[in-house]
Design a protein around this ligand. Structure first.
Ligand SMILES: Cc1ncc(COP(=O)(O)O)c(C=O)c1O
Length: 444
């Protein structure tokens, strides 16, 4: 059988030191390769595949749309699919958000959010406001603006000279509190410190604060304690600073609500979506904001000084609408909540293994953090490549998970994320747990 992937052929793959199985098809939570091996897509790629693989109604609607018109330019035309998707998504949004700018990737939409905040303040007589405050251990993407916000040291380091000087503050990582405190006696110091950072940096220079309501790809499903987000929002409001809610991973039902901020009743100024919007069937993301901010741009310059060839894509919007229909019809937001509780309960059992330090998450966005010592929480040295060993072992057993390393101190720190399609059944969650237990027993 032919080996695919590096170094054969012309494709410049993301991982240069491994070969890639060739996937022939997917169905539900499963992927199948050309040798007939079945994989449970336990992380839906990178927590993308919300409605599962091989949903025929998506392909049918895409084919219809492509048959009508495959592309129009975003400055010249619109289509029924763009309009209808805008209405359907608009109805779901948290109060106050109403204008949706469709794009094709999470990073792209983060760039649009930074720019929208900047242009709004420029056109509101506050031209000194341009900097965005972000958090360490966050993930906002890999383009240079988004990477400047991202708090993942290993990805930033090679490109530091190219990055923008955006300030960072510590995340609400209770398992290893950056202030050495314990909730609730801590008084949510991790939220209050934002005010200190803003004042030190010069509040008048800050356009926005950006955060993932539940931290994802860099650190693994870290849920903030109750009260955290409302303090952050109150500080932003007091200093006239936008709150950008990055829901690229958490949005579209992943955490048991349509959007994770709903768990805490927060209404942001800008929201960014991606990943699960299309469930991976087509590149699709969005930057969403309040009507009054867009009105300001309309009154002043007449438009948003921004644009991409593939923004407002008619086929992408067809997919987005079909995904919303599917989620509603199959009550996947509710399922994400109940199956998520079941998954988290079952993950708790893994704490019997001495190297499982923490299990955490909300809805079907969960993670396991590994430690060398459960009591002291000492991480494994990076040279042990613990996460990589877990990922490779479960892969052999036909389970795909999403890895993360380096979040404890920039070098060490091991976790895997479990974020399966929202259609997963309890018996399939049991399958995932069985594979994890089998793998962990061997590793022990
Ligand atoms: C919270 C968050 N924001 C932004 C991004 C960047 O999205 P993309 O990889 O589609 O550019 C990601 C991707 O993992 C993400 O998790």
């Amino acid at each position: 059988m032919m080996e695919y992937g590096y170094p054969k052929g012309h494709v410049f793959y993301r991982k240069l030191t491994r070969t890639y199985p060739l996937i022939t098809h997917g169905e539900g939570i499963y992927l199948y390769d050309e040798k007939g091996k079945r994989y449970i897509d336990g992380s839906g790629g990178a927590l993308v595949v919300n409605i599962g693989h091989g949903q025929k109604e998506i392909t049918q609607k895409v084919s219809e749309q492509m048959g009508q018109v495959g592309y129009v330019h975003g400055t010249q035309f619109t289509t029924k699919s763009i309009e209808e998707y805008g209405e359907a998504l608009g109805e779901l949004l948290p109060k106050g958000l109403g204008k949706i700018y469709f794009l094709s990737g999470g990073s792209e939409s983060i760039e649009a959010a930074i720019k929208l905040a900047r242009q709004y303040f420029l056109e509101s007589g506050q031209s000194q406001r341009w900097r965005v405050v972000a958090r360490w251990h966050s993930y906002h993407g890999n383009t240079l603006g988004a990477l400047s916000l991202t708090g993942r040291i290993s990805m930033r380091r090679p490109y530091l000279p190219l990055l923008i000087d955006f300030p960072h503050f510590p995340p609400p990582y209770c398992y290893r509190c950056p202030f050495g405190l314990t909730y609730p006696e801590c008084g949510l110091e991790c939220a209050k410190v934002l005010e200190h950072v803003i004042r030190m940096e010069g509040a008048e220079t800050i356009s926005a604060v950006i955060l993932e309501p539940i931290l994802g790809a860099t650190i693994g499903a870290v849920v903030p304690p109750d009260g955290y987000l409302s303090i952050i929002k109150e500080i932003c409001d007091r200093y006239g600073i936008f709150l950008i809610d990055d829901e690229v991973m958490t949005g579209m039902g992943r955490t048991g609500r349509w959007f994770a901020v709903e768990h805490w009743g927060i209404s942001p100024d800008i929201m960014v979506l991606g990943k699960g919007m299309s469930s991976g069937y087509f590149p699709l993301s969005a930057m969403i904001t309040r009507g009054e901010y867009v009105d300001r741009l309309k009154e002043k310059t007449g438009g948003f000084v921004h644009g991409h060839t593939f923004s407002h894509h008619p086929v992408a919007c067809t997919v987005g609408l079909a995904v919303i229909d599917h989620i509603k019809k199959n009550q996947l937001v509710e399922k994400s909540s109940s199956r998520g509780e079941y998954l988290l309960r079952r993950l708790e059992e893994l704490k019997d293994f001495p190297f499982v330090g923490d299990v955490r998450g909300k809805g079907l966005m969960t993670a396991i953090e590994f430690v060398k010592d459960q009591k002291t929480k000492e991480p494994f040295p990076r040279t042990a490549k613990f996460t990589e060993r877990v990922i490779d072992s479960v892969f052999e057993h036909g389970l795909v998970l999403y890895p993360g390393t380096g979040f404890v101190d920039g070098v060490n720190g091991d976790m895997v994320m479990i974020g399966p399609p929202l259609i997963i059944e309890e018996s399939q969650i049991d399958e995932v747990i069985d594979i994890l237990k089998k793998t962990f027993s061997k590793m022990e």
